[in-house]
Design a protein. Structure first.
Length: 258
């Protein structure tokens, strides 16, 4: 269990901070008790956090450093998870702290700036007559619709590799009800019925036994996969930058209503 009275902001804070990467520092700050008081007592902590943020983003999104990308996206993933934290936890209390919100906005801006440079797709002229066909074509033509991973899992993966896939999928799968609920807030009237229907489906149409979360937990149990408190969220940070980026993007979309 994490110690929320961490040593990041204390007598030895300079030495501790010097050893932390961006995502590690964000995790420590997010789970600190009385964060504002501690930052006021030691302004160097905020300075260090901003230095790390800017340096990591330069390496990640300008120099295309894979390790820096992983750190930046894992930092975002940690910050996004605070929106779904236990209401009485330090993470919930700190989720909108000005320092953490500013860092999140900065990383997002640098990330989206880099993504905009990578892609230059011409937007189709959409109307009521062609939007369904355009969306269907977009889904069918997207690489994710025929990703080699699916063929690998179907015909080549070992039992251990399949179990690892289930672990990697659990961090978002077990939060999906919350994410759909977040998507309902502020949604357009035309979309609310569809989102509400999805939400009703997620909770098993009122049956505890067949909620999607419980079905997934049952799958893990039958595979003898013990579920840790963090729902294997660490898998996103240790497997690939692509995995972490997808998780970050999904959480951002559900929060901001893109």
């Amino acid at each position: 269990m994490r110690n929320t009275d961490n040593g990041v902001i204390g007598s030895d804070q300079t030495a501790v901070m010097a050893r932390l990467a961006l995502d590690e520092l964000i995790d420590q700050l997010l789970h600190s008790n009385a964060l504002s008081l501690k930052l006021t007592a030691n302004p160097l902590v905020a300075d260090r956090a901003w230095h790390l943020t800017e340096n990591t983003c330069i390496r990640a999104f300008s120099a295309d450093d894979p390790q820096a990308k992983k750190r930046a996206h894992h930092a975002l993933f940690i910050l996004y998870q605070s929106w779904l934290a236990d209401p009485l936890s330090p993470a919930a209390a700190n989720q909108f702290h000005p320092l953490l919100s500013g860092i999140r906005n900065y990383i997002e801006s640098e990330w989206l700036r880099a993504e905009s440079k990578r892609f230059h797709h011409q937007r189709p002229m959409l109307n009521a007559g062609n939007i369904v066909d355009e969306l269907r074509a977009l889904c069918q033509q997207h690489p994710a619709s025929h990703h080699p991973l699916f063929d690998f899992l179907a015909s080549e993966a070992s039992a251990a590799q399949i179990d690892y896939f289930f672990k990697s999928d659990s961090a978002l799968n077990l939060l999906f009800f919350d994410l759909v609920a977040m998507g309902l807030v502020g949604s357009l009237p035309e979309t609310r019925a569809e989102i509400a229907q999805n939400l009703w489906d997620e909770i098993g149409q009122g049956s505890t036994e067949i909620t999607h979360v419980n079905l997934y937990k049952d799958l893990l149990k039958r595979r003898n996969i013990a579920l840790p408190d963090n729902h294997f969220s660490q898998v996103h940070s240790c497997t690939s930058t692509h995995c972490t980026r997808c998780a970050s993007l999904f959480l951002k979309i559900m929060r901001s209503g893109w």
